[in-house]
Design a protein around this ligand. Structure first.
Ligand SMILES: NC(=O)c1ccc[n+]([C@@H]2O[C@H](COP(=O)([O-])OP(=O)(O)OC[C@H]3O[C@@H](n4cnc5c(N)ncnc54)[C@H](O)[C@@H]3O)[C@@H](O)[C@H]2O)c1
Length: 324
């Protein structure tokens, strides 16, 4: 079996997704060779640069099916593991979804990594592992961790698996607990949902909950910079980091900004209740001191991230409209 070296290629699962494809570009810019494994369930081939021999390859495969991708792990120096079901609400309708696409899929990947001697994993977890935390901003040491959705339960379960492989098999591990990540290429999330709703009916915008939910929104490029910096600088066996902004924004403010950007005609209708849906965590703000001590700080606040992403979505939608 070829042995992995620090200079070997890296594998990015979920690399055709919104965050994954931004990470792939950043890795390529650093001169790292990248192999993407993605089943294109929510990711898009066009999010990625054109595959280019040894520099970038795309294996269209399901991480639950190692026979489809095992050779992509040969000689790899690390796996950035981002593949997962990313539609949180879908998980409450189909309870096996997060179990299979998150927990089981990650367990299969970890075992395949062990078989191929891949020495390191970087995992995209989420702030949802904290549940509705009583301490804000919430530090990495906060507990007890009480996930409130099956998606969150799966993120926490995978953190557990990754830690177990770190201590039982020497896998070097970075765990990143993301706030809400926004930027180009999103196929889910609040801004995507609001623009989709307005495209269907420009006269009204239905908002789930009472609009007072308040969370932190981090730009994709800030998230990617943080992950790369932590992977470079944090060298313990298990390195867990929150990635978010120091501020938060309410759903009401976001709805008003989207409606204004859409011409200001739509009526905003709240469905009511403090949560957007069963399992939603209405208030979220991460402590980012640990990342700041490493030398990272987000370049955009939540509001700046939202404004910039709204402007990008508007431009993209204007460009894709058929000419009259
Ligand atoms: N975007 C956020 O706000 C946010 C917040 C917290 C955590 N995360 C985590 O970050 C990661 C990336 O999220 P994203 O926003 O880029 O979502 P995304 O849906 O754009 O990306 C997920 C990618 O994984 C792929 N995928 C899903 N199941 C797969 C499987 N079984 N085998 C192979 N590929 C599979 C999809 O096709 C997609 O390309 C996910 O793990 C997500 O849970 C995202």
């Amino acid at each position: 079996m070829p042995s992995a070296s620090a200079s070997g290629p890296v594998v990015v699962t979920g690399g055709a997704g919104a965050v994954g494809s931004a990470l792939v570009r950043a890795l390529l810019n650093r001169g790292v060779r990248v192999r993407v494994i993605d089943n294109l369930s929510s990711g898009r081939r066009e999010h990625l640069p054109t595959p280019d021999g040894d520099r970038l390859s795309l294996v269209v495969a399901d991480i639950k099916r190692p026979e489809q991708y095992g050779s992509a792990l040969d000689g790899a120096s690390a796996v950035w593991h981002l593949a997962a079901n990313t539609d949180i609400r879908k998980g409450s309708d189909g309870p096996r979804l997060d179990l299979e696409e998150g927990t089981v899929a990650s367990a299969i990947l970890l075992e395949e990594m062990r078989r191929h001697d891949v020495p390191a994993i970087r995992y995209s977890s989420s702030s949802v592992v904290y549940g509705w935390a009583k301490t804000l901003p919430t530090p990495e040491e906060y507990g007890p961790l009480e996930p409130q959705s099956l998606y969150a339960a799966s993120k926490l379960a995978v953190e557990g698996l990754v830690c177990a492989y770190a201590y039982s098999h020497g896998l070097r591990t970075h765990i990143f607990r993301f706030a809400n990540i926004i930027g180009p290429g999103m196929t889910h999330g609040i801004l995507y949902d609001f623009f989709e709703k307005l495209a269907r009916d420009p006269t009204r915008l239905e908002v789930l909950g009472d609009g007072r939910q308040s969370k932190s929104y981090l730009r994709t490029e800030d998230c990617v910079d943080g992950m790369l910096l932590a992977a470079d600088r944090a060298a313990g066996p298990v390195n867990t980091f929150n990635l978010g902004t120091r501020d938060r924004t309410s759903v009401r403010q976001i709805a008003e900004k989207v409606v204004a950007a859409h011409g200001g005609r739509a009526r905003i209708e709240y469905t009511g209740g403090e949560r957007g849906w069963a399992g939603d965590v209405p208030v979220q703000l991460l402590a980012i001191d640990r990342m700041e001590r490493l030398g990272w700080t987000p370049r955009h606040s939540s509001d700046e991230a939202i404004d910039r992403t709204i402007a990008e979505i508007q431009t993209a939608r204007a460009g894709s409209k058929p000419r009259a």
